[in-house]
Design a protein around this ligand. Structure first.
Ligand code: FES
Length: 118
């Protein structure tokens, strides 16, 4: 997946995402404006398209509001598919074995950026 290398602005400040929490941003991915789910783990942030591989629905139940299971998985609000937060793999639910589409990111100067050169 390629991302826009003309994006001059960061997506969000690292501090705007709670540690072990989620955020949602709009980003240009493959030339299209996409909703992206961000997950912060300390100083690291991972991102995936906010599109569930099961039926293509958004993962959040309200904009930017994501469910996290007791096991620490991201849970799709539509039909409950659970995704591991290290690799985006669906570990339970109707699309088990499928995965979220990763969006390459980097954290720099306290800001989260699209990584144009993964
Ligand atoms: S659309 Fe996500 S579980 Fe069905």
């Amino acid at each position: 997946m390629s991302v826009s290398d003309t994006a001059a602005a960061p997506l969000i400040a690292l501090e705007a995402i709670a540690d072990q929490g989620f955020a949602e941003v709009e980003a240009t991915v493959d030339g299209d404006s996409e909703s992206v789910v961000l997950y912060r783990n300390g100083g690291q942030v991972r991102g995936w398209l906010n599109i569930c591989p099961h039926a293509g629905r958004r993962l959040d139940w309200a904009p930017g509001q994501f469910l996290k299971s007791r096991e620490g998985h991201l849970v799709c609000a539509a039909h409950g598919a659970s995704f591991a937060l290290d690799d985006g793999n669906c570990v339970a639910g109707p699309c088990k074995g499928d995965r979220l589409r990763a969006v390459p990111l980097q954290v720099r100067d306290g800001q989260v950026w699209l990584d144009a050169a993964p």
